[in-house]
Design a protein around this ligand. Structure first.
Ligand code: CO
Length: 174
C-alpha cells in the first residue's frame, strides 16, 4: 500500500469526467488499498480517484462509525429532502463550502468483490455520497456553494453558533 499525492484545486484532472470501471482487476484493488491509506493519512471523510490523478469511478468514504466504504461505479439512485451544511475538500485545504444537499441519499455501487451494494446515508454520509460522486463528474463542492468560507470565517461561524446555543439553553433554564 502507498500514500498517494492528493491533487489540489486548479488541476485540470479535477475537472474531467472519470470513466467507469469495467473490470475489477489487480490494478483497481491496489487503487482501493492506496486510496484507503491516503484517506486515513489525510484524516478525511471521503476521497475520489480523480483526486489522486486516476480518472476512474472509484470512491472511498469513512462513515462516522468508522466503517470504510469502497464504492466502484457509484450511482445516486434516490434522494430526498434538503440539508444545508458546510463541507471541505481534501483538494482545497482551508477553504469551505456552505452547500444545500439532499437530507437522504441512497447509492448503488459495486464492492471490490464485484457485488452490487445499496447503501442509504443521512447527514454527513448523505453529503459525502454527493460530494464524492460529484468529483467523478469533475464537479467541486465550491461550484454548488451558496457561500464559500475561509478557515477563519468557519471558526467565527462555529463560535457564533455555540454562543447562540448557549443563549438558548440559558433561556430554557430560566
Ligand atoms: Co472533495
Amino acid at each position: 500500500m502507498a500514500i498517494l499525492k492528493i491533487i489540489k484545486e486548479g488541476s485540470q484532472d479535477l475537472r474531467k469526467k472519470s470513466r467507469p470501471v469495467e473490470k475489477i482487476n489487480r490494478r483497481i484493488i491496489t487503487l482501493l488499498d492506496d486510496m484507503r491509506e491516503t484517506l486515513k493519512d489525510a484524516e478525511g471523510i471521503g476521497l475520489a480517484a480523480p483526486q489522486v490523478g486516476v480518472l476512474r469511478r472509484v470512491v472511498v468514504i469513512e462513515t462516522e462509525d468508522g466503517e470504510l466504504l469502497e464504492l466502484i461505479n457509484p450511482e445516486i439512485i434516490y434522494r430526498e429532502g434538503e440539508q444545508e451544511e458546510i463541507e471541505g475538500c481534501l483538494s482545497s485545504p482551508g477553504k469551505y463550502a456552505q452547500t444545500i444537499r439532499p437530507a437522504v441519499v441512497k447509492v448503488s455501487y459495486l464492492n471490490r468483490n464485484g457485488e452490487t451494494v445499496e447503501k442509504e446515508g443521512t447527514e454527513l454520509l448523505a453529503r459525502a455520497f454527493c460530494h464524492e460522486t460529484d468529483h467523478l463528474d469533475g464537479v467541486l463542492c465550491f461550484d454548488k456553494a451558496v457561500r464559500i468560507l475561509t478557515r477563519e470565517e468557519l471558526d467565527e461561524l462555529r463560535e457564533k453558533e455555540n454562543n447562540e446555543k448557549n443563549g438558548q439553553e440559558k433561556k430554557t433554564n430560566s
